[in-house]
Write a new protein. Structure first.
Length: 433
């Protein structure tokens, strides 16, 4: 089993003895900065769902199908520079790449609230996706330089917690903000913080431990020796092309595509689904939409803790995805019949679809060496971007065509269940002799 091999690798690694006041600092410098950065990225991509629920289409005189396309265009842009961005982060600097991206996407997000024509808004959404396309693979690669195998699932989870945490407070606040100033000014107000945060990011974060003045030399040496030892157990891969064509990498890419169909259909259209089902105000819709993300935060923390403690990855991915898909199927059956039961299913689905992110992104650096890890992360996340485009566009389009959220639930359920079964098909991990 993959988990048995991981346990063997774990037992063969040197014991991590944390120097006093040394390596613990990483959790207070690197991860908070990464968390805030990813939170801002998620804020500026996900608030479109609230604009759509608040009448963006009516204000700009565009059709429901055009509104769905606007929500999805972000992900086409997001797809474009995943692998080139990951290569730049590996060869040059993830730190400076993310700094530049913060300024660009914050400006473009604010611009979304200013433009008044459909084609200009479509271009702004696409370019916003381009600006954000480098952030996730670059950030994940950065964490592989700062955290060991025994810590990686938790480090990944704390980064990705920026996703549900942001949507949690955004759901609670953005609805009332839209009621107070309108959706256009809300987009502007929520875009500016990214530009300001870029300055904080560049002052705090460094590309590798040896560049950080706040980390003791003893801690730097200990950490880099441990990371080098881990690489010794990974089978070498000679080229990026060879890595991207590996069966396990292709399977992970397809799996993440299907997973993202469910996640991003859920994220972008949850406020509209809740408002249509409950007939509440925008403020009340926002508060209700926040509940599934609270469940997501708790489940992510639990899954990542168990993953690192027992050094299990795949076994903590597929069960959560399967439960999430079944819960989404429950929402399909109860939508239009009982909003309360349908919403409980959405809470379960939301919590479980987010839970396995930490273990999932710990799989890749344990299967592939550092010289190709960034590009593989980029390819998998690019596949997720295409899945996000499909989920965002088709869930919104089905809702516009049918006037109901039921068919969207069915599509998201199929994506999540399919991703669970593909995880079970992942070939065993091989180790360097």
């Amino acid at each position: 089993m993959p988990e048995t091999r991981l346990n063997e690798a774990h037992s063969s690694a040197p014991e991590v003895k944390m120097p006093p006041a040394g390596l613990r600092k990483r959790w207070f410098y690197v991860l908070p900065a990464a968390f805030v950065t990813y939170s801002l990225a998620y804020l500026d991509r996900a608030n479109y769902g609230f604009g759509a629920a608040a009448g963006l289409a009516a204000t700009l005189h565009i059709t429901g199908a055009q509104s769905s396309l606007l929500g999805a265009l972000f992900f086409l842009g997001y797809f474009t520079f995943q692998i080139p961005g990951a290569t730049f982060a590996r060869k040059h600097s993830a730190r400076w790449l993310i700094f530049t991206a913060l300024i660009l996407w914050g400006s473009l997000a604010a611009l979304t609230g200013i433009v008044r024509h459909f084609w200009m808004l479509a271009l702004a959404r696409f370019l916003l996706g381009v600006a954000e396309s480098v952030i996730f693979p670059a950030m994940l690669y950065l964490l592989t330089r700062w955290f060991t195998r025994e810590e990686r699932s938790r480090a990944n989870a704390l980064l990705i917690l920026g996703n549900p945490t942001t949507v949690l407070w955004m759901s609670a606040i953005t609805g009332y903000l839209i009621e107070a100033v309108g959706w256009q000014k809300t987009f502007i107000l929520e875009g500016v913080p990214s530009v300001l945060w870029a300055l904080v990011w560049i002052l705090i974060v460094r590309d590798r431990p040896s560049q950080a003045k706040w980390l003791d030399p003893e801690a730097v040496e200990h950490l880099e020796d441990h990371l080098a030892h881990e690489q010794g157990s990974v089978v070498p891969v000679d080229s990026i092309r060879q890595a991207l064509l590996r069966p396990d990498v292709i399977l992970l890419s397809i799996q993440y595509f299907l997973w993202s169909v469910g996640v991003y259909g859920f994220v972008l259209w949850l406020p509209t689904i809740v408002r249509q089902g409950s007939s509440l105000s925008m403020g009340q819709t926002g508060l209700l939409s926040a509940i599934p993300y609270l469940a997501a935060i708790l489940m992510m923390i639990l899954a990542s803790y168990l993953s690192d403690k027992y050094q299990r990855r795949e076994a903590l991915v597929w069960p959560f995805l399967l439960i999430s898909g079944i819960a989404m199927l429950g929402s399909f059956f109860f939508a239009g019949k009982s909003f309360a039961v349908s919403f409980v299913c959405l809470i379960v689905a939301g919590g479980c679809m987010y839970a396995p992110y930490g273990p999932f992104f710990a799989i890749i650096p344990e299967r592939l060496p550092r010289n190709v890890t960034a590009e593989v992360l980029g390819m998998v996340n690019a596949s997720g971007a295409l899945g996000a485009f499909a989920g965002t566009y088709f869930v919104g389009l089905l809702q516009a065509w049918t006037g109901s959220s039921r068919m969207g639930f069915l599509l998201m359920s199929a994506g999540l269940i399919g991703s669970a079964f593909l995880t079970l098909m992942l070939p065993k991990r091989t180790q360097q002799a």
